[in-house]
Structure formats: structure tokens, C-alpha cells
Write a new protein. Structure first.
Length: 284
């Protein structure tokens, strides 16, 4: 048994944003035109096979429009023992939605996922981390009103989040009740937080940095949340032409996340976010 696993005192989390290769915020027209060229069934199956081989259960934030187009997908996830959560319906930034549109998207996605699986999502993640205490303060109350127990949308990173925000899971109080906010893993440095928990950063930075960060979260008693997109196990798959910088930020390097993810799953303990929230609520 590795030293990392022996040192584990809290569980971390593997989370998956279930969307297709063409789901890019701001490129909704392309997504509509390319809907018939999807690869999400194939790539999500790669993720499920990887988690099964490592004996790990994760949390899958499913896009409602994807579940509608592929009604067999959400049942596959649930039947494999994973937690089903919501990624909204349209993959539009929450900051581009009105409060009513956001509430409608949440309800439409939750109703569909429950119809398909018998499981109603209790967790939410916004496309491109687009919730904000400053710009969308109403979103947290809507989540609580609709019965969500946690959100995983506030990233402590510059440009796309709040670099001064909390790194560890914490409560958000709303008029409709309490939500747990569970940020993705980052690596704190004197120059700022690094995006090591997922996306391009997960495949770009040395794996030793990610291991160090997971152990640092453990020492603070917090869950380190890793996130992937199914397309990240499909390095030779198609990509939208977005320009060099934006394309790299969206898709990352042309290497698969599978090997690195498998190595971490063999070294650390992981549980679905909903199960962790239940433990925190019982302990509080």
C-alpha cells in the first residue's frame, strides 16, 4: 500500500462534467450544428471503464441536453454505482441567464434525469464555473429552493473565478436554506493558485504537484475535488477551431488524462460528493 493511501484521513472526489467535445461556452451555434457528430457515449464509457477498473465511484454532472439526446447515458452512470448531478441544460454561462431561465434549466434537467433514472440530482456545477457571489447571488437561493444540497461551481482561480475565495468545502447560507460549496482542487503558490484539479492543468503540470496538493488538502481535513470531461480520455478526437490560446484552455494538450487519473485513484481514497456532504451534515 502506498504512503499516500496510508496518509489518507479524508476522501477526495472524482467528478465528471458530462458534455460533448463541441460544448464550449460561447459556441452554442457550433454545438447545435455538430449535435449529430457527438462522441459523448463513447468517451463517457471510457471514463466508466476506468473508474470500474480502479474500484472508484464518482460524481457525474450531466448536461440536460446531452441526457435528452442520449437517454441511455444517465442510466449507464447510475447502474455503474455513480452519483448523478446536474450540469444545467444548455451549457450557457449562468451569467448569461436570467434568474428565471436558470431556475427553468435546473428544473428541466432534474425532471429529465429523475424520469430516466429514478434519481433526482442534489448537486450542481455551472458551465465554466460561472456562478459568482457578486454577479449571480440569486443562483444559490434558487439551488436551495429546488432541493440541491451542494454546489461545485466556485473556483479559486483568477480570470474565471475568485482567487481569494475559499479553497476548502464550506457552507453558503441563503434565505431558502444552506448549501455546501465544494470548490475544485487548486495548488496554492506565492504567485497564485494553479489549475491542477482538472482540465488542461491536470494534464500539463507535473503529477507530483497534484499529489502534493491532495495531501495538503488532507492535512486541512478537506476534500480535493478533481474534475474531467469525457473528451479528455479521447486525445485524438475532434476540436473546435477557437484560436490557439482559447483552444488550449478549452481542450488542453493532446494527451489522455486516463493514466494520471488511474495512478491517483490507486493512491488516494475517493467518494462521490453527495456521500461526503451527508457525512458533513451528520457531523455538524
Amino acid at each position: 500500500m502506498s504512503n499516500d493511501r496510508q496518509a489518507t484521513v479524508v476522501a477526495h472526489a472524482i467528478t465528471v462534467d458530462v458534455e460533448d467535445w463541441f460544448h464550449v461556452c460561447g459556441a452554442e451555434q457550433a454545438a447545435s450544428e455538430l449535435s449529430g457528430q457527438g462522441r459523448v457515449l463513447h468517451t463517457t464509457s471510457l471514463v466508466l471503464d476506468l473508474l470500474r477498473s480502479c474500484g472508484v465511484r464518482g460524481t457525474f454532472f450531466v448536461l440536460g441536453s446531452v441526457a435528452s439526446r442520449h437517454p441511455e447515458l444517465a442510466p449507464l452512470i447510475v447502474d455503474a454505482g455513480h452519483e448523478l448531478a446536474s450540469h444545467g441544460w444548455s451549457h450557457r454561462l449562468v451569467t448569461a441567464l436570467s434568474a428565471q431561465e436558470f431556475a427553468d434549466e435546473l428544473l428541466r434537467t432534474a425532471d429529465l434525469l429523475e424520469q430516466q433514472t429514478g434519481k433526482r440530482p442534489e448537486g450542481f456545477r455551472a458551465p465554466r464555473w460561472s456562478l459568482s457571489r457578486q454577479r449571480t447571488p440569486w443562483a444559490f437561493e434558487i439551488l436551495a429552493q429546488q432541493g440541491y444540497r451542494y454546489d461545485s461551481s466556485l473556483t479559486p482561480l483568477a480570470l474565471i473565478g475568485d482567487p481569494s475565495g475559499p479553497l476548502l468545502p464550506h457552507r453558503i447560507e441563503t434565505a431558502a436554506g444552506t448549501l455546501w460549496e465544494i470548490p475544485p482542487l487548486v495548488t496554492a503558490t506565492p504567485l497564485g493558485n494553479l489549475p491542477t484539479g482538472g482540465g488542461w492543468g491536470f494534464r500539463f503540470f507535473p503529477s507530483a504537484i497534484i499529489r502534493h496538493s491532495l495531501r495538503a488538502y488532507q492535512r486541512q481535513g478537506g476534500s480535493g475535488v478533481l474534475f474531467i470531461h469525457p473528451r479528455e480520455l479521447d486525445p485524438d478526437g475532434p476540436r473546435l477551431r477557437l484560436g490557439l490560446l482559447r483552444e488550449f484552455a478549452t481542450y488542453g494538450p493532446r494527451n489522455s488524462a486516463a493514466g494520471r487519473l488511474a495512478a491517483l485513484m490507486r493512491s488516494f481514497s475517493f467518494l462521490p460528493l453527495g456521500e461526503q456532504v451527508s457525512t458533513w451534515q451528520t457531523a455538524s
